[in-house]
Design a protein around this ligand. Sequence first.
Ligand code: CTP
Length: 319
Amino acid sequence: DGELSLSRSMINSSDKIIRKSGSSIFHHAVEGWKINSSLVMEIRKNILRFLDAERDVSVVKSSFKPGDVIHYVLDRRRTLNISQDLHSLLPEVSPMKNRRFKTCAVVGNSGILLDSGCGREIDSHDFVIRCNLAPVVEFAADVGTKSDFITMNPSVVQRAFGGFQNETDREKFVHRLSMLNESVLWIPAFMVKGGEKHVEWVNALILKNKLKVRTAYPSLRLIHAVRGYWLTNKVHIKRPSTGLLMYTLATRFCDEIHLYGFWPFPKDLHGKPVKYHYYDDLKYQYFSNASPHRMPLEFKTLYVLHNRGALKLTTGKCR
Ligand code: CTP
């Protein structure tokens, strides 16, 4: 019926390939990779049944008025007030309206990027998407610097910028955003309660410093729609990770999607330890039930799609 179906057996068999075969089969698949344009189009069409990334990538000014009260997407009992600052930073129209690219990079944050030498290749794509305001300058040789679209969970303010406790943290943040110029800064502000203060501070700093970055705040339906798409394709994710969300959105805008920095495993194929993030010492329990994500399952799904030519997953070195 033309539906993309990622059956459990396909996922299990790719799991075996990853676990048993060592690097040879996996690299072989990378060597022989070829885009499957009809599959790319089919996936785009099927995702469009669940969401339209052009629209769902961000709410717009006309979606709300200042003072409106909305329910958090993943915690319906709690509410958020749309502040004056937040409203003033909502885009007039979708920042992705009519934007189409031949090739895109979606860059995850795995330590697998270290020593990859992938920086130049990543920067050669027409559109580069990054996650969680990951630092780039110090890692340029491995991760590149081009950032056309970058996500920022509110928790990043605490984790990477000291909760804006002192002026140095705020300056570091403003400097990081000023490097983005007019790129899209995508802030999932409506997911769960807890980060609203941080989002307010971020918004205030953007306004105060007249930063050019184009803010976007995902629609209230996006995460459910993305989850719905993957569930319909038998991928039982709990909550899509930012990386999977970005791939799902990119299918709307990009003909060829290349993924880097996706490796939610503590070791590489040769048994060498891999950091969770290429830039910090955060530890992550990949298989914990407490985690909101199922990154290893997501990875296997992406690996199946790689083998079918729907996307290209790079987990080794770039030449
Ligand atoms: N990722 C991965 N392997 C890792 C780390 C990250 O595949 N070792 C991918 C995931 O898809 C993740 C994305 O890269 O969503 C961005 O990484 P990160 O910023 O660490 O995401 P988290 O904050 O951990 O998770 P999220 O924002 O999805 O809640």
